[in-house]
Design a protein. Sequence first.
Length: 193
Amino acid sequence: MKVVVGLGNPGSQYHGTRHNVGFEVIDRLAQSPRASQFQSRFQALVAELLEDGQKILLVKPQTFMNLSGRCVRQLVDFYQLPLNELLIVCDDVNLPLGKLRVRARGTHGGHNGLRDIQNHLGTTEYARLRIGVDQPGHDLVDHVLSRFKPSEQVVIDEALATAVQAVDVWLRQGVEACMNRFNASTRQADQGA
């Protein structure tokens, strides 16, 4: 079994905000005809997806971003989940809009949701897929809770579609293959290739 957790804030007032791109990826994955409806479990909305005989949990914590670790810890404990079977999807203000970065491990980088997960798991040894939402031109909290401008929406929609592909590669081939494919394409784009 594998678990994909998209970070965000619950409630309609946060739908479409920069901080909720993780939820958006989970929602797109859950559109598969092989996915169940979301149910409330582990302080989260959880859908089950069956791919190639493998059960995958698609998770949207309902604890608010800064308390995401509670939900993740409950899942890991209940399923005795090896951390290499866990992927966290979240926003990143340190990446340009729409850029993806996949890592097998690493620090929270100032992201409070990742910080709480790190605190609850006691490690940084879990994969994460970060989606760039750009640097704030003003207050950080206002920025991550803001919605995308129409000119940015096209870029972020493409990034979300690519993030779904990245999750699929992670599920089928693992984190190394995912990093090689999606981080390389980011590097090539940055170099004008």
